[in-house]
Design a protein around this ligand. Structure first.
Ligand SMILES: *Cc1c(COP(=O)(O)O)cnc(C)c1O
Length: 217
């Protein structure tokens, strides 16, 4: 099936409150343009340089989301145009985003990435670090140019649906708790090609889908 057919199929199953991020990492601009011409306007990339190159070449009404791990020294290249940074996983990174936001006179939308999977290898904050970051954004008067709008997480790579469900529900409950005191919390980014339906059942309102749209990488 073509990219536009894949996209239509997925979109037709998504509830209206769920936002689809088309994860286009490693794919050529021609593939992204096929999705664009089928109406897709939100794209997710996991490398700053690749995202910047695509941003330069593509129509300017696209929302670019950074979904991958970001090194602090790369932040400056995407600040002018990035719409949402999903993978904020340290206070150091958030402070650097804030610093560059001030310089560019821009408020940068961010999600905090929480470690919910069993694997050690996946990036993300533990609950103590999450607490520290929330403390920073809610109390530090210098945190002027970041807008933390929710949480992001990745479940363990496994066929065990119960385990994935448990991890997603855990993130959803953290999200609900923090939302009570942080009204800016609106976005819960969880779910990829293999598990986005389950993620939506568990409360996700933003899914990051790559291979089901663009094919395997
Ligand atoms: C690659 C990637 C995705 C999309 O994965 P698919 O399985 O291809 O849908 C989603 N989120 C993150 C953080 C990724 O790196």
């Amino acid at each position: 099936m073509s990219i536009s057919e894949n996209l239509q199929n997925i979109k037709s199953t998504l509830p209206s409150h769920v936002t689809l991020v088309a994860v286009s990492k490693t794919k050529p601009v021609s593939d992204l343009m096929e999705a664009y011409n089928a109406g897709q306007r939100i794209f997710g990339e996991n490398k700053v340089q690749e995202m910047t190159e695509k941003w330069e070449q593509m129509p300017k009404d696209i929302e670019w989301h950074m979904i991958g791990h970001v090194q602090s020294n790369k932040v400056k290249y995407m600040i002018p145009y990035v719409k949402l940074i999903h993978g904020v996983d340290s206070l150091k990174l958030l402070k650097e985003i804030n610093r560059l936001g001030i310089r560019w006179r821009k408020t940068v939308n961010c999600l905090l990435q929480v470690h919910i999977a069993e694997e050690e290898t996946k990036f993300g904050l533990n609950e103590k670090e999450l607490e520290e970051i929330i403390h920073y954004i809610t109390t530090d008067e210098t945190a002027t140019n970041i807008n933390v709008v929710g949480l992001m997480g990745m479940a363990t790579f496994t066929d065990n649906q119960e385990q994935i469900r448990k991890e997603f529900l855990h993130l959803k409950s953290l999200f609900d708790d923090y939302q009570k005191t942080n009204p800016n919390f609106q976005i819960l980014s969880m779910g990829m090609s293999g598990d986005y339906q389950l993620a939506i059942e568990c409360g996700s309102n933003m899914v990051r889908v790559g291979s089901s749209i663009f094919g395997t990488r």
